[in-house]
Design a protein. Structure first.
Ligand SMILES: [Zn+2]
Ligand SMILES: [Zn+2]
Ligand SMILES: [Zn+2]
Length: 732
């Protein structure tokens, strides 16, 4: 089991049933021995699962009969360390209602205390340094519980029984300045760096456009949307539409950022999420957050990760004072150390099901069940949105979101996380799985490991296997893997791929027609380069009346690069296709982050438009999906004065029909009826909404991600599943 409050729950249950024995936590899990009336013992086992505390998650229960020992009492014993075994570590849990009531009660000894927690809530993964999960193994070790706290801690009938981070104003951590001062700073439009649960946040009043702009400038954060924290559900509902499922997520134990449809006239400045129809919203999840809104004149704060540009979120006080100095006007620190950094998780609901887009605080390090027993492995993930994965038995231990492995700081975070998870879960990998891209830092890290087998896994195969693994699928499936960039077996950049795959192997059965992309990384920052490639491919020469924002001289250079094959690579990337369409439609010719053009293209789709463009699917062992007819018709639409929202809609419809057409060919050829959709492109829910009905109407069964992100944050799970299959099943 993992979770919280299990020992006191079993203690109280045993006392009620008049059973003797003991319960203890060990690194092998939770062990209980009970003796007494056989009917009472049966009831104990039954009720242990049926009435488990809300946050406990039981993976498996094993029972065995032992000779009676003559015990008369039931007790909770000290934790044990068992070599080679591990216990599951709980993720951090948002503040519970009971704790919140105490923080708001002037007669309670924890009135206004920002570090209030109990067995049912508070920090876990972020403060645990080793197992078993006991106070000396956490960053709370240096705070000595006062007599009152100790009494709670020792009383099995108390809500704080064995609550390891238990604390109060007399004995626990404290803030560097009063909260009311932070509120004043925020109300006056300043940017405040505040230490949270898994790292620092940078906060400002979300309704103050000047403060938001200033934060964006100082943070050098391109145009990526900022997350918001609302005072409460009512405040969230004033700016966004909130469904029942989304309400449950906002208020649930994880308290993730939930991506919600933004309401017209919300009063939230455009600079919070430029070009987006959605806002990322979360509710307060620590007592400190609640105190920020208590009596404050604002109801919504920008709460973005405390980092500069793409570096990892800052966790240590000295580091914050140094690195965040150029961004923050004021700091609110505290003296409870953060051991494991976690960002806020991001979830979006599709078809009534929560889907993780970034898996971190509240979710990590909860394990995902593997479809098969697995040797101990490490999977290093990809380059962007990296997360790593360790396996042990049936457990896939996915790390929290680590980030883009493009700088030294993020690589250091990767290594720290790996060491920590290996310690907590007692994993000694015998093989390491990695992406095929030779330049990825994750690949180079994997290849630098000695004494282990190295297993290279194709990027899109990993995407599909991760979707299969989280659904427990076996056998072969049709896999549609659409994303920005993935290294192909032929050395080209793939990203619009149709595979027939199982865990071991895959065949590439179809892909988007290759176009020549010039300029390496610049091609990702400048969507007009993809547009030029598609226009040349369609018309032989890019028509002069398009791409007018790009100086002719620059276009000429890129044309020459393509003609001479200089710094040019053939790509089937769907991300670049979206870039091309966005640029052709006149939306933008440059972006500040990958996927920006696609997000904006999706955001302007005219929902009523049903039209679509032409496309062709070639025959052969590896079919090509040829969208030149679509590009030609799109250009004709533009010349006829048809607006970008209609063009964007027709493009989405076209791609949906093209995906369905290829899948039907593959079903015809293989008899397979299960389709897994993965890759960053499928964060585009408009595309999904238009694709899924076509596949389902044709009798295909569709599988989407829920537990891990469809983007590269999910591929470590797939790499692990593939490596396990290659190690455990003989080659065909
Ligand atoms: Zn609590
Ligand atoms: Zn105390
Ligand atoms: Zn990918």
């Amino acid at each position: 089991m993992q979770g919280v409050g299990f020992r006191p729950f079993l203690y109280n249950l045993a006392c009620e049933l008049k059973l003797a024995g003991y319960v203890l936590n060990s690194s092998a899990g939770l062990t209980a021995e009970v003796e007494g009336d056989p009917a009472a013992i049966d009831a104990f086992v039954h009720r242990a699962t049926e009435e488990a505390p809300p946050l406990a998650w039981i993976q498996q229960i094993e029972t065995a009969a032992l000779p009676p020992t003559g015990d008369r009492i039931f007790e909770i014993r000290e934790s044990l360390d068992v070599t080679g075994e591990f216990a599951l570590i709980s993720p951090d849990v948002a503040t519970c209602d009971a704790c919140l009531a105490e923080v708001g009660n002037p007669r309670d000894r924890r009135f206004l205390y920002p570090f209030t927690n109990c067995t049912n809530c508070g920090p876990r993964y972020t403060i645990v340094q080793d197992v078993p999960y006991d106070r000396p193994n956490t960053t709370m070790a240096r705070f000595h519980m006062c007599a009152d706290c100790r009494t709670e801690y020792k009383n099995p009938r108390d809500r704080r029984f064995h609550a390891q981070p238990n604390a109060c104003p007399a004995c626990g951590p404290s803030l560097s300045a009063p909260v009311h001062e932070a509120i004043r700073q925020l109300a006056e439009g300043r940017i405040v760096a505040l230490k949270g649960l898994g790292g620092f946040h940078l906060a400002c009043d979300a309704r103050n456009a000047a403060a938001v702009e200033l934060l964006r400038t100082r943070k050098r954060r391109s145009d990526k949307p900022f997350a918001l924290m609302c005072r409460d559900l009512e405040a969230a509902a004033r700016i966004c539409h909130v469904s029942d499922v989304e309400r449950g997520l906002l208020l649930g134990p994880q308290h993730p950022i939930v991506v919600l449809p933004r309401l017209e006239g919300s009063g939230i400045p455009e600079a919070v999420a430029p070009g987006n129809r959605t806002l990322g919203v979360m509710l307060p999840y620590t007592p400190l957050h609640y105190l920020f809104f208590r009596g404050a004149p604002f109801d919504t704060l920008v709460m973005t990760s405390g980092n500069i540009s793409e570096e990892p979120i800052v966790t240590r006080n000295e580091e914050a004072l140094d690195r965040l100095r150029p961004v923050a006007d004021w700091f609110l620190l505290h003296d409870r150390d953060i051991f494991m950094r976690t960002d806020d998780s991001v979830v979006r609901v599709f078809e009534g099901v929560p889907r993780l887009l970034r898996r971190s605080r509240g979710y990590a390090p909860q394990t995902v069940e593997m479809p098969h027993d697995t040797p101990e492995l490490l999977a290093c993930g990809g380059e962007l949105k990296n997360a790593l994965c360790l396996t042990k038995g049936r457990h896939a231990i996915l790390s929290q979101h680590i980030g883009d492995l493009e700088n030294f700081e993020t690589l250091a975070f990767f290594e720290e996380t790996l060491v920590n998870l290996r310690t907590l879960f007692r994993v000694t990998p015998r093989a390491v799985a990695h992406d095929l891209h030779p330049q990825y830092l994750s690949t180079r890290y994997a290849l630098s490991m000695t004494g282990v087998e190295h297993i290279g896994v194709q990027h899109h195969h990993a995407h599909i296997a991760s979707c299969m693994a989280e659904h427990g699928l076996d056998g072969r499936v049709i896999g549609v893997a659409f994303d920005g960039t993935g290294y192909g077996n032929d050395g080209r950049i793939w990203g619009g791929e149709f595979l027939v795959a199982d865990y071991r192997d895959f065949e590439r059965r179809a892909h988007l027609r290759y176009v020549p992309l010039a300029g390496g990384d610049a091609a990702v920052r400048e969507p007009w380069r993809a547009a030029l490639a598609y226009l040349r491919d369609t018309f032989g020469e890019a028509p002069g009346d398009l791409l007018r924002d790009v100086p002719e001289a620059r276009q000429r250079v890129v044309r020459q690069m393509i003609e001479r094959g200089v710094n040019t690579v053939a790509t089937s990337s769907c991300g670049r296709l979206f870039d091309a369409v966005a640029a052709i439609a006149g939306l933008r010719t440059e972006v500040t982050f990958e996927g920006q053009a696609a997000i904006e293209l999706e955001a302007i789709v005219d929902p009523a438009e049903q039209g679509l463009y032409g496309f062709e699917v070639t025959t052969g062992d590896v079919r090509q999906l040829d969208l030149r007819p679509a590009i030609a018709e799109m250009v004709r639409d533009l010349r006829e004065g048809i607006g970008p929202p209609v063009i964007a809609a027709r493009f989405h419809n076209t791609l949906a029909h093209a995906i369905a057409a290829v899948c039907l060919h593959l079903r015809e050829e293989t008899g397979l009826t299960r389709v897994c959709l993965s890759g960053g492109t499928f964060q585009n829910f408009t595309l999904l909404e238009r694709t899924l009905p076509l596949l389902r109407a044709a009798g295909l069964e569709t599988f989407l991600h829920r537990l891990v992100p469809p983007n590269d944050g999910g591929i470590a799970l797939g790499q692990a599943a593939i490596a396990a299959a290659r190690l455990t099943t003989p080659s065909a």
